[in-house]
Design a protein around this ligand. Structure first.
Ligand SMILES: Cc1cc2nc3c(=O)[nH]c(=O)nc-3n(C[C@H](O)[C@H](O)[C@H](O)COP(=O)(O)OP(=O)(O)OC[C@H]3O[C@@H](n4cnc5c(N)ncnc54)[C@H](O)[C@@H]3O)c2cc1C
Length: 502
């Protein structure tokens, strides 16, 4: 009978692992995740279940390295396509950066947009993503991405993961960022849903399983070396899907590729160390855009917690220490970040009202964590942040007039202007940019086959998600990474399953 270990993930608390399911055994674990603040998620704690290490076999059809969103989507699709996959995750919990994702998942021409009267097109999604990426995106990947975004939303819905509450992120012209029905952060909800589907399909998911090498025999992918329970084991498979995420938590790698980011905080979970890139490079795989590392404009610096873009998407503005706006808050992340860095103080405040708090549920978490200051009046808020009462009041008055007129004459903001900021209490969060996303990675084609330096596919080697590069170009649009991992994770699962059946 299958033994499944169950971890109760509580924010920054000790992890107690209790055997459940049919095994009926109990074991304790002092996982390193417990003390790791970066495993915090704004999307809620959840009970997670993992396979007993004793059940690891010597051979599988497909090995999936990394249990984030891309890995789990790949596993589910591989199983649906007739293969027997296994997922190996090096951290004590599954989820990766996916667990931390907050604003949502972008998609165009979806049934939920249609139901809500939101007009959109795959072409507009393509054009705006290309513009956001300074036209450096891999356009073949981008075309596949936009054309499969609506079906990815349907696929998730068919598995009980409903993303029918839609908001907007910077650089987009319309609402296409899909999130859970109650407007909460996407990460915990998505990861819980994917893990449930992994279990329903009896796909083994091992944690504390660190893949250190991808093996090749006679020019063919033949499996991996994995360190588990203090031992290194060889696990065989004809196909390996690498879904190890980015390298935003590997400061050495970040600084080697972009020296000016030395000293920046990171929003990434501790396991985002670029292992997949290193292992694929060792096999002669090609990398692209490794120096394209995104800093996110709104990161609380004491905790490294990302303040989701949905806060601006629901109407918040940014002000300097002087209490005045300084840039179009809904421009792309690279530009908003640079505008903050250009301020003498190199930080800013997100300012919003009770209406924004009501619409962007993640704010409840920020309040609970003590990241906000608040006041019933704008003048009171000015005092809280040490800005001039008169200047902050004038800023809000001018902004509210712009919302009413739907015309931001100061900075040309054209989206997320549906509601005035006039319902007390008023809130502020002090933020500055932090390392957030690594746009570069290994080169894949639209079949997710990893490319070597001669642009040929390495047979049996697939990759999906943040470990890959090219889709986002030089700047990722908020909401496009979660779409990336589901769309290309699925594709990797299907292609690898087809490959091993040949
Ligand atoms: C705070 C935050 C908020 C975000 N919000 C959004 C958002 O709202 N919308 C959006 O589109 N994007 C968002 N992103 C980006 C997005 O979450 C990620 O790009 C995406 O989830 C990456 O998914 P992935 O499956 O590729 O990698 P991950 O989810 O990071 O999973 C990779 C997994 O592989 C594991 N791994 C690594 N190396 C090994 C190894 N050697 N052996 C075994 N396992 C290994 C890692 O531990 C990890 O669990 C956010 C990112 C952060 C950090």
């Amino acid at each position: 009978m299958k033994k499944i270990f169950s971890n109760l993930l509580l924010l920054s608390s000790l992890l107690l692992v209790t055997a459940c399911g049919n095994a009926g055994q109990t074991t304790n674990s002092t996982s390193s995740a417990s003390s790791d603040k970066t495993t915090d998620t704004t999307s809620g704690a959840s009970e997670q279940q993992y396979t007993d290490p004793a059940e690891l076999k010597d051979t599988y059809d497909v090995i999936i390295v990394g249990a984030g969103g891309a890995g789990m989507a790949a596993a589910i699709q591989a199983k649906e396509s007739g293969a027997n996959p296994v997922i190996l995750e090096k951290m004590p919990i599954a989820g990766g950066n996916t667990l931390k994702s907050s604003a949502g998942m972008n998609a165009s021409e979806t049934k939920f947009q249609a139901e809500q009267g939101i007009e959109d097109s795959n072409q507009a999604f393509f054009d705006e993503t290309l513009k956001g990426g300074a036209e450096t995106n891999d356009q073949e990947l981008l075309r596949y991405f936009v054309d499969h975004s609506a079906s990815a939303i349907d696929w998730l819905d068919s598995m009980g993961i409903k993303l029918d509450n839609i908001t907007i992120t910077g650089g987009m012209s319309t609402q296409r960022t899909h999130r859970p029905s109650d407007g909460s952060s996407i990460g915990g909800y998505l990861v819980d849903g994917l893990i449930s589907n992994v279990h329903e399909r009896e796909i083994p998911l091992f944690v504390n399983a660190d893949v250190v090498k991808i093996n090749e025999t006679d020019g063919k992918i033949s499996g991996v070396q994995v360190k588990i329970e203090g031992e290194e084991k060889t696990i065989k498979a004809d196909a390996v899907i690498v879904t190890t995420g980015g390298f935003g938590a590997n400061m050495e790698m970040v600084v080697a590729n972009k020296p000016e980011l030395a000293g920046f905080v990171t929003t990434n979970q501790a396991g985002s160390t670029g292992d997949g890139i290193t292992m694929i490079e060792a096999l002669g795989g090609q990398t692209v855009d490794l120096d394209k590392i995104q800093i996110h404009p709104t990161v609380e610096q004491e905790t490294s917690l990302l303040i989701t873009e949905a806060v601006r998407g629901e109407g918040a503005i940014l002000v300097s220490q002087a209490g005045t706006r300084f840039y179009n808050e809904m421009d792309t992340r690279d530009k908003v970040s640079q505008a903050i860095i250009a301020l003498p103080e190199q930080y800013a405040y997100l300012i919003f009202d009770a209406g924004v708090k009501e619409r962007a549920k993640a704010i409840d978490f920020y309040v609970k964590e003590g990241l906000t200051v608040e006041s019933e009046t704008i003048e009171g808020l000015a005092n809280e942040i040490g800005a001039s009462e008169a200047d902050l009041k004038a800023t809000l008055d001018t902004w509210n007039q712009a919302v009413t007129a739907q015309d931001d004459t100061e900075f040309g903001r054209a989206t997320a202007m549906d509601n005035r900021l006039d319902k007390g209490p008023f809130y502020a969060i002090k933020i500055a940019p932090g390392i957030h996303h690594t746009m570069g990675g290994v080169k894949i084609n639209t079949l997710t086959e990893v490319q070597n330096k001669a642009n040929e596919s390495i047979p049996g080697l697939y990759a999906a998600g943040e470990v890959t590069g090219g889709l986002h170009g030089s700047n990722r649009i908020g909401g496009n990474a979660v779409a990336d991992i589901i769309i290309f994770g699925r594709q990797a699962g299907e292609q690898a399953a087809t490959f091993v059946k040949k």
